[in-house]
Design a protein around this ligand. Sequence first.
Ligand code: GAR
Length: 208
Amino acid sequence: MLRIGVLVSGGGTNLQAILDAIESGSIPNASVELVISNKKNAFALTRAAESGVSTMVIGRKGYENGTAFDNALSDALRSADIDLVLLAGFMAILGPDFFTHFKNRVMNVHPALIPAFSGPGFYGLKVHEAVLATGCKVTGASVHFVTPEVDAGPLILQKAVEVHQDDDAETLQKRVMEEAEWKIYPQAVSLFAQGLLSVQGHHVKISQ
Ligand code: GAR
């Protein structure tokens, strides 16, 4: 059984997509054991509690520096015997120390086709605002393994989504979530849970 820990900061729709996919059996042999938020009012915490999942709040402000914050997160995840960490709308950057224990065992979903509209400063609605300002006709979402360099780890799955002429950032965010994020994130976790992913340098190979 794959023990999953999820780090969140906000609404938690991606967390919900993962919980639903486990419940329906489309992610086999896995369970979400712990949800940690760095924001105490995150609705994701309510979603976790409603599914009977343990929750914790670990805020950056409670720690002297980034390393101490990373260690607190890592310690909590390790105490719960977590095998795979999912960032699901987690709006904090993890430092290199976090990855000594969880190398190639941390995934993130990003609301654009990496390397476009990614890296420091590109998060949440800001990504969709930038896509619209550029006049892109297509955007999408990416799931990748996380490394210390923001949004630059090995890509696992990507899915394209059309931009509509009358989109604003909110309508585009909703379409990217519905058509891409909520599909490819559970798919990537399912592949991991079945042992079908291997990281070779900067590339992820999927065995079928
Ligand atoms: C999602 O669109 C996710 O891709 C994005 O924040 C939103 C969180 O929504 N993450 C990032 O921008 C990270 N760089 P959720 O809390 O409803 O899952």
